[in-house]
Design a protein around this ligand. Structure first.
Ligand SMILES: C[S@@+](CC[C@H](N)C(=O)[O-])C[C@H]1O[C@@H](n2cnc3c(N)ncnc32)[C@H](O)[C@@H]1O
Length: 292
């Protein structure tokens, strides 16, 4: 990889720190007083940083420009919808856009590292599309977009905001998906396996492989490996908040992720980011130990 490319990718890891002492002190104080619920809120500065990085990537890598909806306030879900779909404390418009730009950049980092080019792909699926926070950033591409979700609120909101640009489906908590074998070239699943019971994951991973064309790939996020409690390290997985339904959390060790996904997929790349979800790319290359 050329030096310029690798330094650009490094820049995607996190925005540079502010040099102003006053601003740093201000942030410390606001972090101290901020309710814990909002600890994942992102600043306007971060939103601008990730947006400009994504804009630069579209242009340099694909010769594309941003779609107007990628920063249009009309696609930000109301609190009532976001609380059902993503949970409490996630209803901040700045974070909605900032995290969407950042997640999309991380996906492109993985795609490009493995030679995938979205401009050459025919169809994609956003599994657990939610409110379209990440799907909206695929609007610059001439790819046929599909999104599915089990939550009627997600289906209704995203049909309203992105229905003209994507085909939305309301699906069920258990496989199978309403698509033919080998239908998609790309599947993304952002913050879905992070909240899916461990026991349900193998069947969903097999289903993704069924609907993914040979040579296609899945991009998914998994929980921060550092958050797997010590007592669960040997077993490799742990769940919390089962009573919270789709907002429960499932933690896997990195080797457990490779084991579970590796049953269906061959090439795999897992990238952990500090204090955040890890991102994985899995390729349907006919390998996986359950291949066939
Ligand atoms: C935390 S939200 C993330 C939404 C969106 N992907 C994003 O990143 O903004 C998880 C979403 O996955 C959906 N979901 C969970 N399990 C699913 C499944 N098996 N099939 C489809 N959707 C699912 C939930 O209803 C919810 O909308």
């Amino acid at each position: 990889m050329p030096a310029t490319e690798s330094s650009r990718q490094q820049a995607y890891e996190s925005p540079p720190r502010s040099s102003s002492l006053a601003r740093r002190m201000g942030r410390r104080l606001s972090t101290f007083f901020r309710p814990k619920l909002h600890h994942k809120r992102m600043s306007r500065r971060e939103a601008t940083y990730w947006k400009e990085a994504l804009r630069a990537l579209y242009l340099s890598a694909y010769g594309l420009t941003m779609h107007p909806l990628e920063s249009d306030a009309s696609i930000v879900p109301p609190k009532t919808v976001i609380e059902v779909v993503q949970g409490r404390g996630k209803d901040d418009p700045t974070t909605f856009f900032a995290s969407g730009y950042r997640e999309t950049l991380r996906y492109h980092t993985l795609l490009r590292a493995h030679g995938f080019d979205v401009t050459r792909m025919r169809r994609m699926l956003d599994l657990g599309v939610g409110t379209g926070r990440v799907l909206v950033h695929f609007l610059p591409f001439a790819i046929e977009r599909h999104g599915c979700d089990v939550a009627p609120e997600a289906y209704a909101w995203t049909s309203r905001t992105l229905g003209a640009y994507a085909t939305l489906h309301q699906t069920s908590l258990r496989p199978e998906l309403p698509f033919a074998d080998d239908f998609f070239d790309l599947i993304i699943a952002t913050s879905v396996f992070t909240h899916m019971p461990y026991a349900a994951q193998p069947a969903w991973i097999r289903e993704l492989r069924r609907v993914l064309a040979p040579g296609g790939c899945v991009l998914a996020t998994v929980q921060d490996f550092a958050k797997l409690p010590c007592e669960a390290r040997e077993r490799g997985w742990h769940e919390t908040g089962a009573e919270r339904g789709i907002h429960m959390r499932t933690f896997l060790s990195e080797s457990k992720v490779v084991e579970v996904w590796g049953a269906s997929f061959g090439t795999m790349d897992v990238r952990a980011y500090p204090r955040g979800q890890a991102f994985l790319l899995a390729v349907n290359d006919g390998n996986g130990h359950l291949a066939g």
